[in-house]
Ligand binder design. Structure first.
Ligand code: DGJ
Length: 731
């Protein structure tokens, strides 16, 4: 494992636990080519795979047709404008108006550990856990240095990549495209799997064949958005959940992105990922640097499930930093769907009292506690407690909640400003807008220009003084509209193209400050549900609100898509009231509990108003959460049945790392008459271990449970679910 340079062959070999990644340097012009990424191999002398001897593509011997070489060579970091007509990773605008970049290898270094990426979220690991390669390339004409940074982890089949770009010359130049990742390879009859959606319908799985041309997913919303997610996978046509090759690509970034795949005339595949070049133009002065965000590349030869488990392990171990990362999260009661804006201290305390009795551990006060905020058309930016509603003040409320034995949490939307707010009346220039044009509102609000330091400082002071004023142990950081009308009064004309990225950097700086100053905080990110559910935000908050749609059945699809890449421990999921506020559906209370159990678990309903029968079920649900959540948070995730594919039945399983314990959750969505029981085959167990099921007196070998399977009786009715707990039997 690790990274080795083979001097004579000019090959760099990066090895993970069961995958290899090979880079070759060729020709006297030192082109950097991608040789191989896939199942672990023992040889390194594989330059032949670069096909540089295949006429007419020999670069140095064929000056008459160099373009044939450029346009077919598998590049590690392709550049724009020299004759590779596929999607490039880098382009510029020089003082003479040119856009081309041509890179050649200069040197490299290999070292233990991993560098931090300045101002950006990124995976991390100790010197024992990972090895890094820095490959320095140069464009002599442009006088640009580009360092390609690769890190491999000892225990996970992931390669993470980014590029550090430096203007080493005297002339000012603009970076117009700076992607983070390219993977060139021959087509293996790939399908592209991606996650798409809408508000309330985030991260639905889509699988489609890769054909000639480009398939691109992207965002220009200033955040990843509900619509596209900065992830895709390339899966062999016959790859399933459990078998076949799958390559997963994920972007550790919370802003505009572009990612996708292209199949060319030679049946070569190019996968790319990075900051969306549209509306991106970064000024590079002499000696200035631009660091691209990190992209994660995962390889699995154990199907989609294998890829999923690599991502889960990588993020749990090498991305999330919170003190809560390895801890069971408090079962919380959030008042949003219980009260919306209509609450006061008495109402919150009445909810808290019942929540405490039922065994909950935290009360979260959502939107509506500040300024004049009684609806969504005012007061964002006025972060002072509304004492008409919060009678007695925030400290009193938090203390009373604490006296009931609950922790106290609070909601903010720090990046926003309402036109009807004291802040806007004082500082209209702090709202993002183009001079001379009225910016568009969304949810009645503008976006604060957090690219400006004074704005960040102001917002931060507001939040931090609230947090210091009472015993607040949780923050929900919300963000409820996309960015547009990009214009900053604080940036010169030739830096306006930096605004989207500067906004994201500003956001990261704010959250970094917050978690450094309040390290005990449980931070939950949120964006109108799950519009900013991305690995970048996970670096700051160990959980993210998955979706505003809390309907148990809709959530099956949302959570299946989310869990394809993210560990269950990060998915905000609550039991809510019925008829569900988004879908109008009525589902059994038990089922709502089983579904929320696949996430961080909590409640979002008026516990003072639900039926006595439902209230009685809460302590039992909470007991299940306490019993199983260590396993759910730390175990290996397997998908058994997909409701989004079969439209009838959902089932997932979690297996402890030592394979001694497992939990299965299922939901039968629609029942049918005259149906026989359902057979499911379990996964991930040890074939030789004996296991006892919570639903049977008998003991079975893991092989039996996995290959012959078990039967689940059709529950009577729709939307019915259940849990099966499996423990190793020593007898
Ligand atoms: C959107 C969030 O997703 C909801 O949970 C809630 O916090 C509202 N915003 C409040 O405005």
């Amino acid at each position: 494992m690790g990274i080795t340079y083979y001097n004579q062959e000019r090959v760099l070999k990066l090895d993970t636990r069961s995958a290899s990644y090979l880079i070759g340097i060729v020709d006297e012009e030192n082109f950097v080519g991608h040789i191989y990424f896939g199942k672990k191999i023992d040889d390194f002398d594989l330059q032949y795979l670069l096909r540089i001897k295949e006429a007419p593509f020999v670069p140095s011997k064929n000056n008459g047709d160099r373009l044939s070489f450029y346009d077919s060579f598998p590049w590690e970091f392709p550049t724009h404008g020299i004759g590779d007509f596929r999607e490039a990773c880098m382009a510029v605008e020089t003082n003479l108006g040119h856009s081309a970049v041509k890179l050649g290898y200069v040197s490299h270094k290999i070292y233990k550990g991993k560098p931090k990426l300045k101002g950006l979220p990124a995976t991390f690991g100790s010197e024992e856990e990972c090895t890094t390669l820095e490959l320095l390339c140069i464009d002599d004409a442009l006088e640009f240095e580009v360092t390609l940074i690769y890190t491999v982890f000892e225990d996970i089949d992931a390669v993470v990549r980014s590029a550090l770009i430096k203007n080493a010359g005297d002339k000012v130049c603009y970076l117009t495209k700076a992607l983070s990742l390219c993977l060139d390879m021959d087509d293996k009859a790939f399908d592209m799997i991606s996650l798409h959606g809408s508000w309330g319908r985030e991260r639905h799985i889509q699988r489609q064949a890769v054909g000639y041309g480009k398939k691109v997913i992207s965002s220009l919303r200033g955040e990843p958005g509900h619509q596209d997610h900065p992830f895709f996978a390339l899966a062999g046509k016959n790859s399933t959940q459990d078998t076949g090759e799958v390559y997963g690509f994920h972007f550790v970034y919370s802003g505009n992105f572009m990612a996708g795949v292209e199949k060319n005339q030679f049946d070569n595949i190019r996968a790319i990922m990075g900051i969306n070049p549209c509306d991106f133009k970064w000024k590079m002065e002499k000696d200035s640097y631009f660091q691209t965000p990190e992209a994660v590349l995962v390889y699995s030869c154990d199907g989609i499930g294998g890829m999923t488990r690599q991502f889960h392990d990588l993020y749990r171990k090498h991305l999330i930093r919170s003190i809560y990362k390895d801890k069971k999260r408090p079962v919380l009661m959030n008042n949003w769907e219980a009260t919306y804006f209509e609450f006061d201290t008495d109402k919150l305390l009445s909810i808290a009292k019942e929540a405490a009795k039922a065994g909950m551990e935290m009360l979260v006060m959502d939107d509506g506690w500040f300024g004049n905020r009684n609806s969504d058309d005012c007061a964002l930016g006025d972060w002072t407690v509304n004492e008409k509603k919060i009678k007695g003040g925030l400290k009193y409320l938090a203390d009373e909640v604490n006296k009931l034995g609950l922790k106290f949490g609070i909601w903010f939307e720090p990046e926003m400003i309402s036109p009807d707010s004291d802040l806007y009346r004082r500082h209209p220039e702090w709202a993002i807008a183009i001079t001379g044009r009225t910016a568009g509102l969304a949810r009645n609000q503008y976006v604060l220009d957090i690219t400006r330091k004074e704005v960040r400082d102001y917002v931060y002071e507001q939040i931090s003084s609230i947090l210091k004023s009472a015993d607040i142990e949780y923050v929900k950081w919300d963000m409820n509209r996309p960015l547009c009308d990009m214009g900053s009064g604080a940036l010169p004309a030739d830096r306006q193209g930096e605004m989207y990225h500067r906004y994201v950097l500003g956001l990261y700086e704010l959250q970094e400050r917050l978690i450094n100053d309040f390290p005990y905080l449980l931070l939950e990110n949120c964006s109108g549900g799950g519009a900013r559910f991305d690995p970048g935000m996970l670096y700051y908050s160990p959980q993210i609100w998955c979706s505003d749609d809390t309907d148990a059945i809709e959530r099956l699809v949302i959570q299946e898509g989310t869990a394809m890449v993210y560990p269950l421990s990060v998915m905000g999921a609550h039991v809510s009231d019925c008829p569900n506020h988004s879908a109008g559906r009525i589902t059994p209370f038990e089922t709502r509990g089983y579904v929320a159990m696949a996430g961080t678990f909590g409640y979002e309903l008026d516990i003072t108003k639900i039926s006595e029968e439902e209230k009685q079920m809460i302590p039992e649900q909470i007991a299940l959460y306490h019993k199983y959540h260590d396993l759910i948070r730390t175990g290996d995730y397997y998908r058994i049945a997909s409701y989004s594919e079969n439209h009838a039945f959902d089932c997932w399983q979690i297996v402890s790392k030592d394979k001694g314990e497992s939990l299965i959750t299922y939901v039968q969505v629609l029942n049918r008459a005259n149906c026989r029981s359902r057979q499911i085959c379990l996964k991930g167990l040890s074939p030789d271990k004996k296991y006892k099921l919570s639903t049977s007196e008998k003991v079975y070998f893991g092989s039996t449970l996995m290959y012959a399977g078990i039967l689940i009786n059709n529950p009577w009715g729709d939307f019915k679910g259940g849990l099966i707990h499996i423990t190793e039997s020593i007898s």
